[in-house]
Design a protein around this ligand. Structure first.
Ligand code: PLP
Length: 406
């Protein structure tokens, strides 16, 4: 008799964002006159940059001509995009990453979720707490988590690394050495970044203990301060111990187009086994390549004009983040993030639970955010707001929150 993968049953009930959507829907039905402003889900709202649209049109036309039509894309990505990424994202920052160490995909979520397949099931994993839920859930599905402890809100077999105001939301090196370490900077949900010195300590730790760092840099484009590394490969020795994920979603508004990439240096080997070869094998077997037109659109992001246009979009969202950060600070909230990331992480007033604060904001200000506890036990008593709205809605939401405090 066939057996289902019952590890899936260890995942708690419903995904965070479907619970939020359900609550908002119910509230909207009961209060049809309420104008609800959503600062919850981290999806972009600005249209694609003109250079990206131009590249899409031109690639679509190529697909309509016999001479320029393309079928399956190379499963690791077109050379034109891989070499552009190597040049513009890495060589320009002094990182020695070659085009053939870059694997183009349809987004970082799939790559972060799938990467665990090239590691043994016995590996232990460590995640930040709070955390982007994909790292945890994908390992639960793969049977690497142990049992869920509903009281503690975490899995017994996963090492949770607390990220608190005391450590600037950057985890301390764990006493128990994990095999796989997930790090994400700039961070979702806290908006925190890590300094180069501190990241170097992680790289040294991983090299010393034979761990692999899975480094998610999906929000790299939002870094505004010096001394914040854009890539883990800016650290010495990172090519021997780190895999990096990047995405065009928040960099260039590609959440609906889908494009990302993963970097696996060739020198990253475990017991002589090349992770680059394993991921190439996996990619070749299970993936047939990101669409040609989307890869051409991705290439356009690196053109001089395209770069300027997408940086303007990032600046637009960051103005919103600043508006939220300043507004909340003014009315006495303890606020973090919002400087190198589009996320604002705030401590709930009067030690309210994250979900109670969610209900309060929805009912009393008609503003939707994300309860911090949805990102792990360390997120309890925190709340996430995002800069991915319009200036008008952001300003209105901040005004409504301010009015709650008059
Ligand atoms: N990594 C982090 C930390 C994210 O917050 C997100 C999206 O919200 C992703 C990855 C997913 O990116 P993509 O749209 O490329 O799948």
């Amino acid at each position: 008799m066939a057996k289902a993968n019952t590890d899936y049953l260890k995942l708690p009930g419903s995904y965070l964002f479907s619970t939020i959507a359900k609550k908002v829907k119910e509230y909207a039905l009961e209060n049809p006159d309420a104008t609800i402003i959503r600062l919850g889900i981290g999806d972009v709202t600005q249209p694609l940059a003109p250079k990206v649209i131009e590249a899409l049109h031109s690639a679509v036309s190529e697909m309509g001509e016999k001479e320029t039509f393309r079928g399956y894309a190379p499963d690791l990505g077109y050379e034109f995009l891989r070499s552009t990424i190597a040049e513009k994202d890495y060589k320009s920052r002094g990182c020695d990453i070659a085009a053939d160490e870059i694997f183009v995909s349809d987004g970082a979520k799939c790559d972060c979720g799938n990467i665990q397949e090239i590691f043994s099931k016995d590996n232990t994993i460590a995640v930040c707490d709070p955390v982007y839920p994909v790292y945890v859930d994908s390992n639960v599905m793969a049977g690497r988590s142990g049992e869920y402890d509903p009281e503690a809100g975490c899995y017994k077999g996963i090492i949770y690394m607390p990220c608190t105001a005391e450590n600037d939301f950057t985890p301390d090196l764990p006493g128990e050495v994990p095999d796989l370490i997930y790090l994400c900077f700039p961070n979702n949900p806290t908006g925190a970044v890590i300094t180069k010195d501190k990241l170097q300590k992680w790289v040294d730790y991983a090299n010393e203990h034979g761990s692999v760092i899975l480094y998610d840099a999906a929000y790299e484009a939002y870094i505004s301060q010096d001394d914040v590394p854009h890539s883990i490969y800016e650290c010495d020795g990172a090519k021997a111990c780190a895999i990096e994920f990047r995405s065009f979603s928040k960099t260039a508004g590609f959440t609906g187009l889908r494009l990302g990439f993963t970097v696996i240096p060739k020198e990253l080997k475990l017991d002589g086994v090349s992770l680059h070869s394993l991921w190439a094998r996996r990619h070749g077997t299970k993936y047939n390549g990101a669409p040609y037109i989307v890869q051409r659109a991705g290439e356009a992001v690196y053109s001089e004009e395209g770069r300027k246009q997408v940086l303007d979009q990032v600046a637009y969202y960051m103005e919103n983040a600043k508006c939220i950060y300043d507004g909340l600070k003014e009315c006495g909230y303890e606020v973090y993030g919002g400087v190198n990331a589009p996320y604002i992480w705030l401590r709930t007033p009067d030690n309210m639970s994250s979900w109670d604060f969610f209900d309060h904001l929805l009912k009393d200000a008609n503003v939707v955010g994300t309860p911090g506890s949805g990102f792990g036990p360390g997120g309890e008593h925190y709340f996430r707001l995002t800069g991915f709205s319009s200036h008008e809605n952001t300003a209105e939401a901040v005004n409504r929150i301010k009015k709650l405090h008059i």
